[in-house]
Design a protein. Structure first.
Length: 347
């Protein structure tokens, strides 16, 4: 499939805003978003429920018009160049896109044809995606007979069939079992590296954003509150060194001593002292020696590397994990627990 060459950023928004009014109440879903996403970037939007992620994607994919501000995708304005934007993008929304009475494979082929693929290319591409998304056993059944997870995978295939230059995925993993979630991540990575497509996804899975995205944009109350690589967001926050004390007086003395550690944050807690500092796992040996020399060694120490959830908690005072419970029991959100280095300290 050929596309008109466009050399600027894949996505540009300026003061992008969307309000919704119902029953005389106005919700400011997206407030003045200024974004620039380069061609070939893989970007994850994170944020709690109602943060404005889907509304942003719906404006960028021309499904809802902005209330004010502008946005362009693949060089085309989302309002004045709607048709061109639609030709350049793939979109997998939260609802089901495939028709009910068609066979899954036919839906895919029709979608490819609608995007200008030849019949042979559409057939070949449909076959590849059916295999990649583990749909071989069900692709020749009516869409209405598929399970929720199978339909979700078919919808994802629909968004990918024409190898879009800019791919938008709104919570693509929701409703998939862990194996299919991994398959999907591999597919997104492959599409991204083989075709150089720009990929923008929203996700409730922190580990998915961490593993896939080169750039993480954290959104809350319709505005961007952080925008960087996951690694830099986490390292900027620093490690958590948690020191336990049986006696509050000891904790207070330790906190006073630790407050001298440069570029750190010290909090006295019920159990002792929390120190947030860059490279805490390297510093902890020296800190313990200092505290022992001052006569206030902790009873126990734990060093936890920061997670994206810690970053979110630090930025907003709320936990992403609490506000966005994983819908699938036993999801790999559990594997996103902090890496802890624990040691019992001799009293
Ligand atoms: N059609 C609509 N009419 C009225 N309010 C809307 C409409 N669409 C979205 N909103 C409101 O706009 C705000 C942002 O919603 P949006 O769906 O963009 O959030 P989100 O970050 O995608 O949330 P989630 O993680 O739950 O999908 C919410 O307060 C939502 O209730």
């Amino acid at each position: 499939m050929t596309h008109t060459t466009h050399t600027g950023p894949a996505i540009v928004t300026r003061g992008l805003t969307r309000h919704f009014t119902s029953r005389k109440q106005t919700v400011e879903a997206v407030k003045g978003l200024d974004l620039e996403i380069g061609q070939g970037e893989l970007v994850a939007f994170l944020g709690p429920n109602g943060a404005g992620k889907s509304t942003t994607l719906r404006m960028l994919t021309t499904l809802v018009p902005p209330t004010s501000g502008t946005a362009s995708v693949a060089g085309h304005d989302v309002v004045t160049g709607q048709r061109h934007v639609r030709q350049a993008i793939g979109f997998v929304g939260q609802g089901n896109g495939a028709g009910h009475r068609q066979l899954g494979r036919d839906e895919l082929i029709s979608q490819g044809r609608a995007h200008g693929l030849s019949r042979a290319d559409a057939r070949r591409r449909a076959g590849e995606l059916i295999e990649d998304l583990d749909l071989t056993a069900v692709a020749d059944r009516k869409v209405s007979s598929l399970s929720g997870g199978q339909r979700r995978r078919l919808d994802i295939a629909m968004g990918l069939v024409h190898l879009p230059r800019v791919l938008f995925l709104d919570e693509p993993s929701t409703g998939l079992d862990p194996q299919n979630r991994i398959n999907l991540q591999e597919l997104i990575q492959r599409l991204h590296s083989e075709t150089g497509s720009t990929v923008v996804l929203t996700t409730h899975y922190l580990e998915e954003a961490d593993a896939l995205a080169g750039r993480v944009i954290v959104v809350d109350h319709g505005t961007v509150i952080a925008d960087d690589s996951a690694a830099r967001l986490k390292s900027g926050l620093g490690d958590l060194v948690r020191m336990e004390y049986a006696d509050p007086a000891g904790a207070a003395r330790a906190a006073s001593r630790l407050s001298r550690v440069p570029a750190s944050r010290v909090d006295v807690t019920d159990r002792g002292v929390d120190l947030r500092v860059k490279d805490g796992s390297t510093l902890v040996g020296g800190l313990l020696a200092d505290l022992a020399a001052d006569g206030v060694p902790p009873t126990r120490v734990e060093v936890a590397r920061p997670t994206l959830d810690d970053v979110f908690l630090d930025l907003t005072g709320r936990s992403l994990r609490e506000s966005q419970q994983s819908p699938t029991p036993g999801s790999d959100a559990a594997s996103d627990q902090p890496t802890s280095i624990e040691s019992e300290v001799a009293a």
